[in-house]
Design a protein. Structure first.
Length: 135
């Protein structure tokens, strides 16, 4: 009787410890992938901010030449950055404007849409940032 009770208790503890080991391994694998996704997401946010600043600088640079910039495509390592620029008001010559009849305060405003996507399929990150500002 005592040997059978010891055997059942041993099997019970083995099942509990194997379940705990499986949970620990599962959590450690999830932590690694979560860290990778968080890193890539933060990188995409920073690249979107940089893409916005690049677009403003390019608009300011081309504004004196009366050349309108509407799209930019940038590849940076594992990321593709697509920038779409829309103009508001009559402050831009030779540019296709989104709203031509706007208030005086909105003349010379641009809407900048920055899309950041990853190029590798392991972790698919898509990030969009929209800003409206005067360059």
């Amino acid at each position: 009787m005592r040997k059978s009770f010891t055997l059942i208790l041993t099997i019970f503890f083995l099942i509990i410890f194997s379940s705990l080991t499986a949970m620990i391994l599962s959590l450690s694998a999830d932590t690694g992938s979560t860290t990778t996704r968080l890193y890539l997401y933060n990188q995409a946010k920073l690249l979107a901010r940089s893409g916005n600043e690049i677009a403003v600088l390019m608009i300011q640079n081309r504004f004196s030449d009366n050349i309108c910039l509407e799209n930019l495509e940038i590849q940076d390592g594992d990321f593709n950055i697509s920038i779409n620029i829309s103009y508001i008001g009559s402050g831009f010559k030779n540019c296709k404007t989104l709203f031509s009849n706007s208030y005086q305060e909105t003349n010379g405003t641009v809407i900048i849409d920055v899309y950041v996507t990853t190029t590798f399929k392991m972790e698919n990150i898509n990030f969009h940032r929209r800003t409206a500002q005067k360059p």
